[in-house]
Every structure is written in structure tokens, then in C-alpha cells.
Design a protein around this ligand. Structure first.
Ligand code: SAM
Length: 286
């Protein structure tokens, strides 16, 4: 029997005396179609090395093992390890690593266990740490080709929002700076056990080539400052100590970038933030 069968999941959980931990974001998939569609949407083939985050009892892992060359799954909850050993015993291309994805050496893991990459990341993410996990995966110059993940629908909407949209914010700019995001499917609460409170979506981020000519630290400082108070004009939000800018200097920068000082961050394109970051060093204050 396949692992997405609710009856089988209950049987396994009973046998191992496992209880769901809300604080670890444990909402397991119980729908075969969704599991297959995630793996299809990630374009997984027998040539692919896959990094999975949070295998749970191995439902998505199993589908990945059937379709990929090798799967390494990082699970934080020690109580799931004996279950995973049992449920995935017939697959010899899966390795479970016990650890916190926010703390482990991901580069070392890719080098040692996933042929150095490029890898495809696939996961039904624990929602309490969605953003830090994605930040870690895309910021750290890892050899990752794409990230296909289940997230809260509201978070997926923020990632793909365009300028002028209410959901457009620093997360949008951050994600689009590093990748091309695309929502693959929206997912109702009913396909999880236990059911979460919110609807979900599967999103794929195709990682872009490096934007090497931008000082990333400065870029994100600019974006953070710009969105820190959304209702302020860009002139006011960028005039702050963190950036070392007073109003005169900010005006000068915005003029050089052809951006109106009365504009609001939510109407600026990523290219505008890049332009500002590239122009700032001309003030010789960094
Ligand atoms: N993949 C399974 C599925 O789809 O049925 C389970 C997904 S569940 C939403 C999230 C999983 O991530 C849980 O197994 C949880 O224990 C694990 N997890 C939570 N925090 C983690 C972390 N920081 N690092 C690695 N795994 C984590």
C-alpha cells in the first residue's frame, strides 16, 4: 500500500506510537494526486539529485525515490526516524539525515551525498519556518537548480505579486532577485492530516544565474528600508541612518535613477531597487 493512504498512515502512526507535533509544522499529505503532481511539477527524472526537507513518514519521499536518481531527506524530528526506516526500506536511493535544515551544512551535504549538485529541492515545508528555509536555500550560493515547495497560499501569492499589488513586498523582491517563481497548483486543506488552518499552494522557483554585479548586502538593506513603512514615500523611507542617507542625499540618488521621490516602494520594480543599490556607492559614504 502507498504511503498517502490515510488508513495506512493511521496504522503506521499507531504502530510506532507517533503523535503529530504542531510546533514542528507536521501536516502530512494524504492525497496521491497531489503527491504525484508535486513531483511532476518539479520535473524530476532519473538523472536528478533531490534534496527533500521534512520527509514526515516518507509520503513525498517515496514518490521522489521512484522518479529520481537519489534523494536525501533532512528531518528534524528524531521520532520519525524509525518510521522512515520502516516505510522506505525498499528504496536504496534514499538517505535520511537527522538535522535542522536551518543549521546543517547544506553545501557539505550536497557535495558528499548528492554528487555536488545541481540539485532540485522538493518539499512540503513546515510552515513556521518557510521564509528562513527559502532564504537559506537561495542566498547561500548553493548548487541548486530549482526549489519546488508546498507553502501557505498567502506566501505563494506574495512571492509572485507584481508591483502595485497589495501583496508585493520585500519577500517578492527577494525571491524574484534570485529566482523565477511560478505557482503550479493551489491545494485545499483537506489533503493533509491533520488539516492546517490555511489553504496551500505549490510553487516552483527556478534559480537564476548569479546577479554578481550587485552588492547583495546593500541591495537588501535598500529593499528592507524601502518596505519598512509601506505608506511612506520612497524619499522618506530611504532617508534613514541604516543607509547613512539624509533627505538631500536620497533625493540626489533618486534623481540619478529617474525615480520620483514621491513614489512608494510597492510601485518600484526590482530593477529600480538594483539601480538604487548600484548608484549608492557613488556618494562615497560606504
Ligand atoms: N513531507 C511530509 C508530507 O508531505 O507528508 C511531511 C511534511 S510536514 C508539512 C513538515 C515536516 O518537516 C515534518 O516532518 C517536520 O517534522 C519537519 N521539520 C520541521 N522543522 C524542520 C526543520 N527545521 N528541519 C527539517 N525538518 C523539519
Amino acid at each position: 500500500m502507498r504511503l498517502y493512504s490515510p488508513k495506512y498512515i493511521r496504522e503506521i502512526l499507531d504502530r510506532f506510537g507517533f503523535r503529530f507535533s504542531k510546533s514542528l509544522g507536521q501536516n502530512f499529505l494524504i492525497d496521491g494526486n497531489i503527491v504525484r503532481n508535486i513531483v511532476k511539477g518539479a520535473n524530476i527524472s532519473k538523472d536528478d539529485y533531490v534534496l527533500e526537507i521534512g520527509p514526515g513518514i516518507g509520503t513525498l519521499t517515496e514518490e521522489l525515490a521512484i522518479n529520481a536518481k537519489k534523494v536525501v531527506s533532512v528531518e528534524l524530528d528524531k521520532k520519525l526516524l524509525p518510521i522512515l526506516e520502516y516505510t522506505l526500506s525498499k528504496y536504496d536511493n534514499v538517505e535520511i539525515v537527522n538535522g535542522d535544515i536551518l543549521k546543517i551544512d547544506i553545501k557539505g551535504l550536497i557535495d558528499e551525498k548528492l554528487g555536488g549538485g545541481p540539485v532540485k529541492v522538493v518539499a512540503n515545508l513546515p510552515y513556521y519556518v518557510t521564509t528562513p528555509i527559502i532564504a537559506r536555500l537561495i542566498e547561500d550560493d548553493l548548487n541548486i537548480e530549482s526549489i519546488t515547495v508546498m507553502v501557505q497560499k498567502e506566501v505563494a501569492d506574495r512571492m509572485v505579486a507584481g508591483p502595485g499589488n497589495k501583496q508585493y513586498g520585500s519577500l517578492t523582491v527577494f525571491v524574484n532577485f534570485y529566482s523565477e517563481p511560478r505557482i503550479l497548483l493551489t491545494v485545499p486543506k483537506t489533503v493533509f492530516m491533520p488539516q492546517p488552518k490555511v489553504d496551500s499552494a505549490v510553487i516552483r522557483l527556478n534559480i537564476k544565474e548569479n546577479n554578481t554585479d550587485v552588492d547583495r548586502k546593500l541591495f537588501f538593506k535598500v529593499v528592507k528600508a524601502a518596505f519598512s513603512q509601506r505608506r511612506k514615500t520612497i524619499l522618506n523611507s530611504l532617508s534613514n541612518k541604516d543607509l547613512g542617507l539624509d533627505k538631500e542625499k536620497t533625493k540626489e540618488i533618486l534623481e540619478k535613477c529617474n525615480i520620483s521621490p514621491n513614489e512608494r516602494a510597492e510601485n518600484l520594480k526590482i530593477e529600480d531597487f538594483i539601480k538604487i543599490s548600484k548608484t549608492l556607492p557613488s556618494l562615497n559614504i560606504y
